[in-house]
Structures are given as structure tokens and as C-alpha cells.
Design a protein around this ligand. Structure first.
Ligand SMILES: [Zn+2]
Length: 125
């Protein structure tokens, strides 16, 4: 391994993190374009960092999602078919149906949000 390669390898973690100084960053970038070995090492470290970041990021729904879901489940449009279906039924059953509807709505929202987040990660350059 050449001396410049060794120097670049030492700088790679900071380069991947984005904490490398502005002066050194273009030098590393230039070397990565010319050196396949260092480029491969860079890709490896970047992939590792991406998965670490994904692991460290708590799976918290975006702000407002819960409010939005609650609003949807409480809206007259969403509740009307349910109301018709349960009219005359026992109150406990109505509550159970409403709760099931709310949970299903929240679940669907969660799944679409989670997969969108997953896709963003996968296609990040
Ligand atoms: Zn190199």
C-alpha cells in the first residue's frame, strides 16, 4: 500500500462522517476517484456507517402522524359506515369496532411510513 493510500485510509472515517476538514476533503475525494482499493474501503465504511445510523435512529413516527390518524378516525366520513353498521348493537361492541378501526388505520399509516423511510435509506447515494 502506498504512503498516500495509508494517509487516505486514516482520513476515511472522518471523510465518511463528514467531519473531515474542507482542505483535506477534496484530496481524499480525488484519491478515491483514482484508487480502486481506497474506493472499495470507502464504500465498505460508508455502508457500515449507514447501517449503524439506521440502527441508532429510533423508529419514531414523524410529528403529526398520530394527530392526523386520530383526526381521520374521528372524522364523520370515516365513522359513518361504522356508525350505520353498529346501530342497535351493544355499546361494548361499538367501542370494540371503533377501536379496531383506529388500530387498523394507525397500522396502515405506520407501515406506509416505515416503508417510505426504508426506501429512502436504500436509495441514498
Ligand atoms: Zn489508495
Amino acid at each position: 500500500m502506498s504512503r498516500i493510500c495509508r494517509e487516505v485510509r486514516e482520513l476515511l472515517p472522518a471523510y465518511v462522517d463528514g467531519t473531515l476538514s474542507r482542505v483535506r476533503r477534496p484530496l481524499v475525494a480525488l484519491h478515491l476517484r483514482r484508487c480502486g482499493d481506497c474506493q472499495a474501503e470507502f464504500s465498505r465504511q460508508r455502508a457500515l456507517r449507514t447501517s449503524l445510523v439506521a440502527l441508532a435512529t429510533p423508529a419514531t413516527p414523524p410529528e403529526g402522524l398520530l394527530d392526523q390518524l386520530l383526526e381521520q378516525s374521528a372524522s364523520p366520513r370515516g365513522a359513518a359506515p361504522l356508525r350505520g353498521a353498529v346501530s342497535g348493537a351493544r355499546p361494548a361492541l361499538s367501542v370494540a369496532l371503533l377501536a379496531a378501526g383506529a388500530v387498523a388505520g394507525a397500522g396502515a399509516g405506520w407501515v406506509s411510513w416505515a416503508s417510505a423511510r426504508h426506501l429512502r435509506h436504500r436509495f441514498r447515494p
